[in-house]
Ligand binder design. Structure first.
Ligand code: MG
Length: 391
């Protein structure tokens, strides 16, 4: 019988060129602090964790995490790896529960669940490779001819720059777009006007036949969001994303109940039950768990089933192969978020430099290979000189 032989973790720190930080490029939870200096520092991350789970026959499954990679590495090395070594990789439900329950006192959310996610994703990749099937075929198979994606960038900046970026994305064939707000409560009425000006400017470019999503990244609060929602209605956003901090579930519920703009969120929620609470209570109209944090593919599939029962569409947070496989295998996942390939900026795009095989969008869609086993990615050495690796 195949067993898990080892778990290898590495932290990859990008030392190559980065796009310098821009002011007001995206609101975030730290804005409320009126910090001096770079309040956006917590938004950027130039580190990534790879987690390789090796089977007794030498086959290796690859998982990863972008949240606090050094801490997640330590959690895996010290706690989680010993729990899965020697086990059958096909016992995914048991492995997940073992990791979850043995660390329940501290691991349910945050670093612990991110570590579970990295191992779980690696185990699914490993299973696919062992049976010679893509992961989406293990999850239910193909539900779409191809996956529609939305262009996810358009950080706040000078209006003309944003319009130019939107136009280039339109020319690239994208049909849906997500933009970030740059101003929040501390910027008062002038900031509100700056926010609205940019939404209007983007609609000017993309028109009203294409979807526009708006992202706050937890940088607003309930009061500010309540004042903004009526002003946004005329621009017909498909959703407003993470208007308030992740813990303010009542805030999400209240905003969604206003029925003006659908509220989305979930990328900073953890576990099946955490996401089920958001869905069941009507806090989100679109569920956007992050597979790298929520508990990996095993947890994501359960959340998909719950969301489907409540008819809440699921669009997993971020690009990356594992999200595309989940989207392909679920009718209730209408499209994927897609980070276009760019120079390293906030860190969202770092996985393109770390892995080979993540599919690239063409004309607003991406495709998965029916014959590529596992998730279809490998760790790349193309940019190895631009990474510092700790193991
Ligand atoms: Mg988001």
């Amino acid at each position: 019988m195949i067993k898990i032989k080892s778990v290898r973790t590495r932290v990859w720190t990008w030392t190559g060129p980065t796009v310098p930080p821009q002011g007001n490029f995206c609101t975030n939870a730290s804005d409320a602090l009126w910090m001096k200096g770079d309040a956006m520092a917590s938004f950027r991350f130039h580190q990534w964790l790879t987690c390789e789970v090796e089977a007794s026959d030498g086959t290796i499954g690859i998982g990863n995490a972008a949240l606090a990679p050094a801490l997640v590495k330590q959690a895996i090395d010290e706690w989680y790896a010993p729990l899965v070594i020697g086990e059958d990789p096909f016992d995914t439900a048991y492995l997940w529960e073992k990791m979850y329950r043995r660390t329940h006192a501290w691991g349910r959310k945050g670093v612990g669940m991110t570590a579970i996610s990295a191992i779980d994703i690696a185990v699914w990749d490993l299973m696919g490779k062992l049976v010679g099937k893509p992961v989406f075929k293990l999850l239910g198979g193909r539900t779409k001819e191809k996956i529609p994606v939305y262009y996810s960038k358009l950080y706040a900046g000078p209006v003309e720059d944003m319009q130019r970026e939107a136009e280039e994305a339109m020319n690239g064939g994208y049909l849906a777009f997500k933009s970030r707000f740059g101003y929040g409560p501390r910027d008062g009425m002038p900031g509100m006007r700056e926010n609205l000006k940019r939404v209007e400017a983007l609609r000017e470019v993309i028109g009203y036949d294409n979807d526009l999503m708006l992202e706050c990244y937890m940088g607003w609060n309930l009061d500010y969001a309540k004042r903004m929602l009526p002003k946004l209605v005329r621009y017909e956003p498909r959703w407003l994303e993470e208007p308030v901090i992740a813990d303010d579930v009542n805030g999400y519920r209240e905003l969604n109940a206003m029925n003006l703009v659908p509220i989305s969120g979930g990328e900073h929620e953890y576990s099946v039950i955490g996401c089920a609470d958001l869905i069941r209570s009507g806090a989100v109209s679109v569920m956007q768990y992050d597979t790298n944090r929520v508990g990996g593919i095993t947890a994501a599939q359960k959340i998909n089933a719950i969301a489907e029962a409540f008819q809440v569409p699921v669009i997993p947070h971020a690009g990356q192969a594992h999200n595309y496989h989940l989207t392909m295998a679920n009718t209730n996942c209408p499209m994927s978020e897609y980070f276009p390939v760019f120079d390293v900026e906030v860190g969202n795009e770092l996985f393109y430099y770390l892995f080979d095989g993540d599919p690239e969008a063409q004309d607003g869609f991406l495709q998965l290979d029916d014959d590529m086993p596992g998730l279809g990615i490998s760790i790349s050495d193309r940019y190895i000189d631009h990474f510092e690796i700790s193991e």
